[in-house]
Design a protein around this ligand. Structure first.
Ligand SMILES: NC(=O)c1ccc[n+]([C@@H]2O[C@H](COP(=O)([O-])OP(=O)(O)OC[C@H]3O[C@@H](n4cnc5c(N)ncnc54)[C@H](OP(=O)(O)O)[C@@H]3O)[C@@H](O)[C@H]2O)c1
Length: 440
């Protein structure tokens, strides 16, 4: 199929769009209403030949009267006059997977914003793409309008990466930023974010870190030349953060963010952590996203921008479409599959030693501090700073401390011993402090 399709490099690229919601609808409107602007970088331009969504009656803001309509999105891939499928339905299985598999098997290029699909099925889909010579492009799947994939795969391809990190979920970043500014509880901010349309009715993909971990899986695959393996990512979300922790963190010179970190030879981790206030990632607020690439010889690059929304995400889809129209078709994860190591077998160096933030709710009575410092001493954990909030004898007060670098399992043992103390009134709250080459 693809050799037939690419014969005429001046004819418009024939596009079929599956899913006409927030992103798919905007892509269709851009291709329709900005047709001349879209033609300029390619000469050939684009023609939407077919679309699919659930409801045909919804006004999508562009004229569908001359475009073929499909109830069954997977049937788009059976047409012989489609050059590229734009998959904007979502989900890691079901119709999106069927559509993409069929398209790639038939040599039809695919552009998708679907990080779940690629994090779970990336290797299989990349193989189908490679075998048929089709493109499988996913700039829109990571960090919306930020050219996160292109920067890593092309602009920085000559680097050896020591770390790829990022704020990869705008919903979580919005919730954390607002909790920090207003002191509201997680549940209240989430409910409001849902009412404002920043969070889904079923929020767990976002707030449990899963969506961001899908994106981290893909960035790690490109940066470290390995097949994507979502199962290797350790994931924790933002549900356990309390508003008080933002104030304590600020007093100690930190902000709290959900950050994904991937390093060579280690399990990628999606974690709610403290970042020094001076770092660039710490300054990324609200629904913005950021990616940070640390490599040799470039040093550190941070890209910030809108991580979601119709315009930002459609911008990324258009970039992929224009690349395909210009025959710029890279291997899915930047290198041919034969040159990727097996992501599931990458050596796991374990979690790196890290400094910790710890908050203990303790009864304010003599001897408490001695008990806690003795546990820290037994485990060889040294304290960097300590805060005690409130001074009410026999009342419960917050004791907040930060440690120097310590092994994660050693910290866990110390925390469980602290929890067993009679003076400690609630399970200790702990978060890693992310350090490294992040200074802005
Ligand atoms: N929204 C963002 O800001 C954003 C950012 C980055 C990536 N993404 C990704 O982009 C993809 C689409 O997200 P979205 O926000 O645009 O979703 P959305 O607004 O919910 O749109 C989904 C579209 O798919 C259609 N659809 C659902 N099931 C279908 C089926 N079985 N057959 C045919 N069409 C079907 C829906 O039809 P109806 O309209 O008729 O219901 C709708 O048009 C997802 O993979 C998402 O993760 C989204």
């Amino acid at each position: 199929m693809s050799s037939d399709k690419t014969e005429s490099h001046t004819a418009p690229l024939r596009v079929a769009i599956a899913g006409l919601g927030v992103v798919g609808g905007e892509v269709a409107r851009q291709l329709t209403h900005r047709a001349d602007a879209m033609k300029a970088p390619t000469v050939r331009g684009f023609e939407i030949v077919a679309v699919s969504a659930r409801s045909r009656d919804t006004d999508r803001g562009f004229d569908i009267s001359n475009i073929d309509w499909y109830e069954d999105a997977a049937a788009l891939a059976t047409r012989d006059d489609v050059d590229v499928i734009v998959e904007m339905i979502g989900g890691h299985d079901g119709v999106a997977l069927e559509l993409v598999k069929t398209s790639l098997s038939r040599g039809i290029h695919v552009v998708t914003a679907n990080k779940a699909l690629l994090a779970h099925n990336g290797t299989e889909l990349a193989r189908l793409a490679e075998e048929s010579g089709a493109a499988l492009m996913f700039e829109a799947a990571i960090a919306g309008g930020i050219p996160a994939v292109k920067a890593l795969r092309e602009g920085l391809v000559g680097n050896s990466f020591s770390r790829v990190s990022g704020i990869l979920n705008g919903t979580c970043n919005y919730i954390l930023t607002r909790m920090e500014r207003t002191g509201e509880a997680f549940g209240d901010v989430l409910a409001d974010a849902q009412a404002l349309g920043y969070a889904e009715a079923e929020p767990s993909l976002d707030v449990d870190g899963i969506d961001a971990a899908h994106k981290l899986t893909l960035l790690a695959a490109i940066a470290f030349g390995q097949t994507p393996d979502f199962d290797r990512v350790s994931i924790s979300g933002i549900r356990d953060v309390s508003a008080v922790d933002f104030a304590y963190a600020a007093q100690l010179g930190f902000r709290i963010k959900l950050v994904g970190v991937a390093e060579p030879g280690r399990m990628p981790r999606m974690q709610t952590c403290l970042l020094p206030i001076s770092t660039q990632l710490a300054k990324v607020d609200g629904v913005l996203n950021a990616v940070s690439y640390e490599g040799e010889p470039v040093g550190s690059i941070v890209l910030t921008g809108p991580g979601a929304g119709a315009g930002a995400t459609a911008s990324a889809v258009l970039a992929d479409l224009i690349d395909i129209a210009n025959d710029r078709i890279p291997p899915t994860f930047g290198r041919p599959l034969a040159q990727l190591s097996d992501g599931s077998k990458v050596e796991n160096g374990g979690d790196p030693d890290t400094p910790f933030y710890v908050r203990l709710m303790v009864v304010d009575q003599p001897g408490v501090l001695a008990d806690i410092t003795s546990i820290l001493q037994v485990h060889g954990i040294s304290v960097e700073s300590m805060l005690q909030q409130g001074r009410a004898p026999e009342d419960v007060v917050a004791l907040v401390l930060t440690t120097h670098e310590v092994a994660v399992d050693r910290m866990a043992k110390a925390l469980s011993e602290m929890e067993a103390l009679s003076s400690v009134q609630a399970p200790p709250i702990s978060m890693p402090i992310l350090v490294g080459d992040l200074e802005g």
